[in-house]
Each structure stands twice: as C-alpha cells, then as structure tokens.
Ligand binder design. Structure first.
Ligand code: TTP
Ligand code: MG
Length: 362
C-alpha cells in the first residue's frame, strides 16, 4: 500500500497519580487520588474500588475508605509532560501532542520497508514499542501505554486496550473493525455525551455493531456533515487525519475554583476577562494563534458544563477572545451557584492562517 502509515499513540498511566507515587515512596502500591474537591485522577490501585476522574472526593472516599488524597501540583505535572515531549522530539520528527500526557507519533519510516513480510513488520513494531517504553521509563521513571494503528484514531483506541503499562497493535482495518464490533461505542473517541444520547434514544444503539445499520445520510442529518461523516467512517476504519506538527498542545487555559458559590454574573464576567488577559499575554509571548475558545463552568453540586466556539480564522486578539468567551458564557442557562469558571483555548497554531497562505504561495 502506497500511502500506508504507521501511527503510535502513547498515553501515560494514571499520570498525576504516578508522578506522586514516584516522588513519594510511601504512596507506592497504594490507592491514591490526586485532587482537592474533585478527583483529577486515581492510581490503578484506587480504580479497583471504582474511584475515577471527575468524581467528588467525598464519593471517592466512600468507595475506598483507605484512599490517600494528594493535593495536586498542577504546574509540576505540566513540566513533567513537557519533559516527556522533549524526549520524544529528540528521536521522532513527526509528532502531535494532544494533552499533557499523550500524543501521536508517525513512525512509518522506522517500520515500513519494501518487500517486507507481515511477520517482519510486526516484529519491528514490537521492538520499537519496547524501546520506546524503555526510553520513557529510563528517563522519567514513569510507565505509559502504547497503541499502534494505521490511523490516528485506531492507534488511540489501541493505547487504551491494555492499560496500564501495556501495548496493542492493530495490524490492519479488518483487525480493527473486528475488535471494536462488539464493544460499547463509547470506545470511539469524539463520541460525546450528547451524541451518545441521540444514538441511544433515536437509534437504540449502544454498541459499535449497531452503528453499521445507520446510513451515512441519516448520520449526517442527525449530527451534521462533520460529525456524521466521522462516525460513519471511523467505525469502518476509514477515518484518516494527518499528524499536525504545527499544532501545539491541544489546549491551555486558566480556571479558578471559588471557596464559596458565586452568584453574581458580573463577578464571573470579570474573572473571565482577567483569564482572557492572561491567555492573550501567553499567546503573544509564544507567538501562537488559536481558533477554538471554550468556557468551562462547574456548579456547587460538581456538575460541569463547557461551551466552545471555533472561529473561521486563528486569532490572539484579546477583545475578540473576550467577546467569544462572553458569548459562550451567555449560553449557560444557570449562572449562579458557580464554584469554578475557566477558559481554554485550543486549535493552537504557530502562525496565523494568513501568514501560512503567504508561505504556501512562495
Ligand atoms: P488521562 O490520560 O485521561 O488519565 P490518566 O493518565 O490519569 O490515566 P490513564 O492511565 O487512564 O491514562 O489524563 C491525564 C491526566 O490529566 C490525569 O492524570 C489527570 C488529568 N485529568 C484531570 O485533571 N481531569 C480529568 O477529568 C481527567 C480525565 C484527567
Ligand atoms: Mg493517561
């Protein structure tokens, strides 16, 4: 196959919790949760008791009474994630880091060769994975899980197949389709809560296998062209997107957790304004431009909501970003009993699109 690609997706295991266990021997082998009011992540020992990300810490304690709670060192985790990325950049040229602890690497050139048997290809992949995992472990003292696929999305699903400290290889499209067929469709990245509800209620679907019965047109009618086509293609192993080296981290932003409920809209808007100012300063320093602006809100009962808007063009303009933030904010029905508000920018590019065009023309 001429255009055949081999992608590797890595995802660090229980990232925040593993860093805490690494740095504090008394936490090793123990059920721990990192977070203050809410669990950001739990060690695998704690997950056995049902402790999960985004759960209220009080509930986590109820599920697992001997749980050790560790106050997060967010900046430090971020720096550790960056160290991992720098290690990877030293050895692999085509990468896209999608969050602090995961990313896609194009490893085609290390694996494919002419007239190579399938067995030889697989054994090269296995050797590559082993070296990769050892490289990260040796330098960071942390484990990760690795997935290999013929597309980014198949690699991502593979990295989740044998967590923690495991790996999985999708040899081809058939292998992929057979693997996902009987699974719950939440295995597919990008199928969010709303989409899931519609697929449940309107189509009675819960498993991937049931999605094959829905036509492309019907999916487009329900979810719009971009999401509809994505769902149709992805379950057939036909969704391909390129690694975007130019695209930086998936998102960054600021959020604040209030000590008590905030009920004043004005106060929340002011907080957003301050956060936008900080973000724009950072964008200018880093010479970055963004397309998507997300406002995140959490209420006193820990329920959270986000609202995003993606612009036609990239920007780092403070006024525009604040305007979009306010627009997102206006869409939340409930604007009181707020415990957390934050803003995130994503779809981050090193150049504005206008500059990109000029470069393409020369
Ligand atoms: P994940 O990779 O989703 O989770 P994980 O690394 O803790 O565990 P896994 O082995 O399943 O990959 O997220 C990476 C880090 O991001 C995680 O350690 C903590 C943080 N995080 C939050 O702060 N809030 C969240 O809701 C989630 C899901 C993650
Ligand atoms: Mg992870």
């Amino acid at each position: 196959m001429e255009n055949e690609k081999i992608y590797l997706h890595y995802d660090m295991d229980a990232f925040f919790a593993s860093i805490e266990q690494r740095d504090n021997p008394s936490l090793r082998g123990k059920a721990i949760a990192v977070g203050s009011g809410v669990v950001t992540t739990a060690s695998y020992e704690a997950r056995k008791f049902g402790v999960k990300s985004a759960m209220a810490m009080a509930n986590a304690k109820r599920l697992c009474p001997h749980l050790k709670v560790v106050y997060p060192r967010k900046n430090f985790y971020f720096l550790e994630g960056e160290k991992i990325q720098n290690l990877i950049k030293k050895v692999i040229k085509i990468y896209e880091f999608t969050s602090v602890d995961e990313g896609y690497l194009d490893i085609t050139q290390f694996i494919l060769a002419e007239n190579q048997t399938r067995a030889r290809k697989i054994s090269k992949i296995k050797r590559f994975i082993k070296k990769f995992k050892e490289y990260i472990y040796k330098n960071m003292n942390l484990t990760c899980s690795v997935g290999i696929g013929f597309s980014k999305v198949s690699a991502k699903i593979a990295s989740d197949a044998n967590k923690p400290n495991g790996f999985f290889i999708f040899e081809d499209k058939n292998h992929f389709v057979n693997y996902i067929f009987e699974k719950d469709f939440s295995i597919i990245p990008g199928i969010g809560k709303k989409t899931k509800e519609i697929l449940n209620f309107d189509f009675g679907a819960t498993k991937v296998s049931q999605l094959y019965e829905i036509s492309r047109n019907e999916l487009i009618r329900k979810f719009g062209a971009s999401r509809g086509e994505y769902i149709y293609d992805v379950i057939r192993g036909e969704h391909f997107s390129k690694i975007n080296v130019d695209k930086k981290r998936k998102s960054y932003g600021y959020e604040i957790t209030f000590n008590q409920n905030v009920n004043e809209i004005y106060e929340l808007q002011e907080e957003l304004r301050a956060q936008v100012e900080k973000i724009c300063q950072k964008l200018k320093e880093k010479k970055e431009f963004v397309k998507t602006i997300t406002v995140k809100i959490k209420y006193s009962d820990f329920t959270g909501h986000t609202r995003s808007k993606t612009l036609e063009n990239t920007t780092n303009d403070e006024k525009l970003i604040y305007k979009v933030a306010l627009e997102n904010f206006s869409h939340f029905v409930k604007k009181d009993e707020v415990r957390l508000i934050g803003i995130y920018v994503s779809n981050i590019f090193k150049r504005s699109f206008i500059q990109l065009k000029l470069i393409d023309e020369t």
